[in-house]
Design a protein around this ligand. Sequence first.
Ligand SMILES: Cc1cc2nc3c(=O)[nH]c(=O)nc-3n(C[C@H](O)[C@H](O)[C@H](O)COP(=O)(O)OP(=O)(O)OC[C@H]3O[C@@H](n4cnc5c(N)ncnc54)[C@H](O)[C@@H]3O)c2cc1C
Length: 359
Amino acid sequence: MSRVSGITRTLSCNHRISISHAHIRRLSTQKDATTGRTRISSLYTLGVAGGVGIISAYFLWPDASRSAPTYKDATLSPSYFTPAQVLASEPCSHPDYRLITLGIPKQLVPSLEQTALSPIWSIFIKDDDIQVERPYTPLTGIDEEGRMKFWIKKYPKGEVGRWIHSKHVGDSVEIRGPLKTWPWKDGVWDEVVMVSGGTGITPFVQLLHETLLSSERRTKTRYTLLHSSHSPTELPSHDVLQPLLSHAQARPDELKVTLFVNSNDTSDSVGQSDLQMKRIDKPEIIRALSLEDTRPWWKRITSSSTPTVDSKRKVLVLVCGPDSMIAAIAGPFGRNMSQGPIGGILGELGLSSQQVWKL
Ligand SMILES: Cc1cc2nc3c(=O)[nH]c(=O)nc-3n(C[C@H](O)[C@H](O)[C@H](O)COP(=O)(O)OP(=O)(O)OC[C@H]3O[C@@H](n4cnc5c(N)ncnc54)[C@H](O)[C@@H]3O)c2cc1C
C-alpha cells in the first residue's frame, strides 16, 4: 500500500479531473502501477497481515474497465476497447517525449456533435503487455478520419509511457473513451487563465484548439496560458506550440501565451519575450489576472495590501501539472482526490473555489 501511495505521489503529470474522473485516474494508477508481481506480493501481505483486508481488497479488486471487451466494429466508447493503429510516432527535441498519432476507422468516430467530444476529454490507452491503461489527451481532439495526436512523456520507470513510445507505425493499440476531463461551457467565463507544467499543457491545447483555433467565430472570452517546462527542449514541440503562439500574435485580445523554463539546455530561445527563465510566480499570476497595482509609487508604499480578485468576476483559473506545482499555485488536492480548498498563490489572491479548477 505504502509503495503504491509513494508512486502516486511521485507522478509528475497528474492531470486530475472532475472528482469521479480523478478517482478513475488515481485508481488506475494505483492498481496499474502494481503490476502482476506486486499483486502477488500484495496478496501475500494481505494473507499475513489480515487486518488491512478491506483496504487491500479495494486495490486488488478486478478492474472492470481495464478488462472491458474489445470490439473492432463498434463506435469508440468508454465501455469497451477499440483497436487503433499507430499512424505516426515522431521524436521531439527531448528524448522523453514523442508526438504519437493514433487512428481508428472513420466509421467508428462518435458523432462529432456529441458533448462527450467537446473539450476537455481524454482516452485510455491500454498497454497490452501488462494490461494496464492510462488516460491521454488528444491535442486537437479527433478528426473526421479518426486521427488523434498525442504529446506523450515517458518516465524512467513508467509503464504505459515507455510502452507507447516503443510502438512503431502500423502497430495496433487498444483505446477506450472519450472520458470527460473537465466540461467546458461556452459563454460562461470572461477570462480563462490556464497554468500548466510539463504534459499538463495537453488539456489546454485541446481547449484552445476547440474554442479558438479551429473556429472562425470570434470569442468574448480572453484566454491566458502560462506554461512551464524544465528546459527549452522539454517544451511542447513546434507543431504543438506554434498555432497557439501565432494566434496570440494575431489576436492578442483573445489569447496571451507565456512560456517558462527552469533552466536553459539550449543556446537559443531563452530571453524571447514569450519565454522566461523562472518559475510561474505570484507577479506572473497577478499580471495574468490583470491585478497589477497601477497606482503611483508613493501611494503604493503607503499601503502594502495584496490585490485580490472580486468574487463576482467571471474569471476561471485552470491548473494542470505536477502535484508540487498545483499545490504552489492553487493549494493541494484534498482527501480522496477532492479539489481541496483554494490555497497557494490563488488563495492569497482571494480566488474562490468557483473560480479555480485543479485538473
Ligand atoms: C485526464 C488525463 C490526461 C492525461 N494526458 C496526458 C497526455 O496527454 N500526455 C502525457 O504524457 N500524460 C498524460 N497524462 C498522464 C498519464 O495518464 C500517465 O499518468 C503518465 O503517462 C504516466 O503513466 P506511466 O504508465 O507511463 O507511468 P507509471 O507507471 O504510472 O509511473 C508514473 C511515475 O511513477 C514512477 N514510478 C513507476 N514505478 C515506480 C516504482 N516502482 N517506484 C517509484 N516510482 C515509480 C515513474 O518513474 C513515473 O515517474 C494524463 C493523465 C490524466 C489523468
